[in-house]
Design a protein around this ligand. Structure first.
Ligand SMILES: Nc1ncnc2c1ncn2[C@@H]1O[C@H](COP(=O)(O)OP(=O)(O)O)[C@@H](O)[C@H]1O
Ligand SMILES: [Mg+2]
Length: 332
């Protein structure tokens, strides 16, 4: 029996519910992801998916809470950034739970949640974070009581690059795992553009080149391999630059694409060279999930960062630099 925070995630393709104790232990994590047979995510369809799955997922979470006699003390939800129609489903559910149970509502920044859930498993507790997902590609440091982006993509995210390539190869969403699987069967590397500018990266030229090669009939496995190796090398180089610049001693990897073993291998080699640690978020917490929202919610609860219902509108474009991080005050 513990005091717990319930977390709801609904920024894009996944509706997730999680339960976290006030000590930061993750007790429950369940989600359902909108997938397609072919083509990408349609925001309205993803929102409909959430509307359909939210009731039973929330029901299961409450069943768990009741069976274990936990005490619900707050409800946290992903307040942004994300797709407006999807975010609003989580917002409505969180408001309803807050009013029905008379517990405070807490707004969590989705990107901060991906970063914090990886930091929970980090060694030094002050790593730089490579955050790679469908919506983001950023190298983030903690400085001056904020998370700051020190390197990022100048155009599309790495997850988007691989999801679009997958779509062109005839796979649905999420496509990255399919491209990674295909890459494992390749026999040769094709020449594709590599673009790192300082600590930033550009993936759109790589996508254009890949699409052109696909049209002239190259082997899809060779193309997948070449795009994956090139994109991940770019990420590793930019991360290495930030590691050296900041003088931090750890890199942690998070976000949906953190499940790519090849990327972890490359980062591990970079860290080894700089006598630094490398850690990666557990795979069940890599992609969008409710547990990371409950986890950050529990830290915000301890800092008494509650929202009034009228302040709980969603922020589809909420930037990470604008988020206060009250729980890390003592470290900096
Ligand atoms: N097993 C996997 N390995 C690598 N990438 C994956 C895997 N499963 C999903 N992905 C990719 O992760 C990305 C989604 O990341 P996630 O953090 O869940 O969502 P979002 O970007 O919407 O916040 C997509 O690009 C998807 O293709
Ligand atoms: Mg995400």
């Amino acid at each position: 029996m513990s005091s717990i925070v319930l977390g709801l995630e609904s920024t894009a393709h996944t509706f997730g519910v999680g339960v976290c104790s006030l000590d930061g232990d993750i007790l429950f994590n369940l989600s359902h992801t909108y997938t397609t047979r072919e083509g990408g995510i349609h925001p309205r369809e993803a929102a409909q998916h959430h509307e359909e799955y939210a009731p039973s997922l929330i029901h299961d979470a409450f069943k768990y809470i009741e069976e274990n006699r936990h005490k619900l003390v707050a409800v946290a939800f992903s307040q942004g950034p994300g797709l407006g129609p999807c975010l609003r489903i989580g917002g409505v559910a969180a408001r309803a739970i807050s009013l029905k149970f008379g517990v405070p509502i807490i707004g969590v920044n989705h990107s901060v949640a991906h970063i914090e859930i990886a930091r929970k498993f980090s060694i030094t507790k002050d790593p730089i974070t490579l955050f790679v997902s469908g919506g983001n590609t950023a190298i983030v440091d903690y400085a001056s009581k904020r998370y700051v982006v020190l390197g990022e993509t100048l155009d599309i995210s790495v997850g988007n690059l691989l999801d679009v390539l997958a779509r062109d190869l005839g796979f649905g969403f999420p496509g990255t795992p399919k491209v990674l699987e295909l890459a494992d069967t390749a026999s040769r590397y094709l020449n594709v553009p590599y673009s790192v500018k300082g600590q930033d990266m550009s993936f759109s030229g790589l996508l254009t080149a890949a699409r052109r090669l696909l049209k002239v009939g190259v082997d899809p496995a060779d193309l997948s391999y070449s795009v994956v190796e090139t994109a991940f090398s770019m990420l590793a180089e930019a991360t290495e630059r930030v590691l050296v610049l900041t003088g931090k001693q750890e890199v942690t990897l998070t976000g949906g694409v953190a499940r790519a073993r090849r990327l972890a291998q490359m980062l591990e080699a970079v860290c080894k060279e700089h006598e630094s640690h490398f850690t990666v978020v557990p795979s069940n917490l890599a992609g969008d999930n409710g547990a990371m929202i409950a986890y950050v919610g529990s830290m915000l609860y301890r800092s008494e960062r509650y929202l009034r219902i009228e302040e709980s509108a969603v922020f589809p474009r909420w930037r990470i630099e604008d988020v206060e991080i009250p729980w890390r005050k003592r470290l900096d």
